[in-house]
Ligand binder design. Sequence first.
Ligand code: HEM
Length: 434
Amino acid sequence: MSIVKRMTRALFWSWSPDSDKEATQAIGFNLLLHWFPAKITNKSKSWGYSAWLGTITLALFVILSVTGVVLMFVYVPSIERAYHTIKDVEFVVSYGWFIRRMHRWAAHLMVAFVCLHMIRVFLTGAYKSSKQNVNANRPLNWIIGVVLLILTMLLSYTGYLLPWDQLALWAITIGANIAASVPVIGEQVQFLMQGGTLIGQNTLIIWYALHVAVLPLITIGLIVWHMWRIRKDGGLAGVETIPVEKTREEPDKAKTYSLMGVTQGVRPTVLYHRVKDKTGLFVPEALVRVLIAFLFTTAAVMFLSFFNIPLEEPASLEWTPNPAKAPWYFLWLQELVTITTIRVSGYTFNGGLVGGIVIPGVLVTFIALWPYIDRSPDSAVGIWFHKTRTWQNRIFLFLIIVIAILSFIGLVLRGPNWGIYMPWEAWPLHPTLI
Ligand code: HEM
């Protein structure tokens, strides 16, 4: 490389590899880049296959961590001061309102995007490993994903309590009541969640510690494991489905081959061409896309942060908001609890156990173990709506539609005393008198 070229590169840090070897070395010698492979398939880096939804979820988690640390400088987890520190963030601290809104919008978006990412993985059958790759264990990564989904919701939910306003208090009360309906240990679980028999200072401290330390650390650990597994699994699903037979040739007996070439029964040159056709370098081709995903996500969160987010009246156990609704991603559960609450001649069978614990528990276990139940063929792995996976996709989409309908009822139609009100119907002025 000429001296001028070297100097220009050193000045602007615009190094780009001149050969595949240089690219591989750059990744091997760099801790951060080592996370990614030197080469990835064209399919993995296309916008259309994964829609980069996992990367967007990761970007949202990073935004949450950064803005969360800034909020910690001002927030005090005391029931006397918490609400007022949030007011300070909104109205006194320079650009505090912006940081708070970014944090809240990113939290909502992360729940939404982690769900979209899961839907994409399901519909492409990417939770299965094909038999060609013996190191792959995608079902395990799917299970890690299910735990990440639950953690994402818990992170958002624990954050809900922290402003110590009415919205927070009653969202937590609903959760604690559902936990209390667990047979035998219900009361103990509720006691643990509240840090006592009543919601108060202990509750706030417990949820604060969970929100800022315990849950983020577990989530970071699992994200690292999730990403590492993607590499162990040979990259995104579908890569191994390249039909090996079509490119396989008889080894030439007059030549010697590398161990890899001989074991695969493929001439090294043929192997090389096959790989070259289907792959590109991670740096810069895919890295640029990672950066675009991060920048685009940050820009979208910043844009949304110009729209207000609620901060209700300070929390008060004396006055119950009517209706008291759970956060939007738990509304389908609140609706399930309502549906399974049965009133027969003066007796009420609380649906907390069936609707709040049993049905969601069975559902999550079923979804986590699904890759072991599903028997779709290797050729379907990594392909959107493959024709051999029609019934699998139908079952999954059916579940999503049911959850969406229940959430819609909870979000839009439920009014005072948890009655159904059409959007054009006015709510009664004195609901308690109904
Ligand atoms: C904090 C939450 C999560 C983060 C940050 C995350 C991140 C990622 C990223 C960056 C990828 C690479 C491909 C892509 O961008 O789509 C990926 C792939 C994958 N994720 Fe996630 N993910 C999360 C949650 C989940 C959930 C909830 C599931 C499923 C229950 C899941 C299952 C998978 C699987 C199986 C793959 C491999 C897909 C393939 O081979 O095509 N992940 N994840």
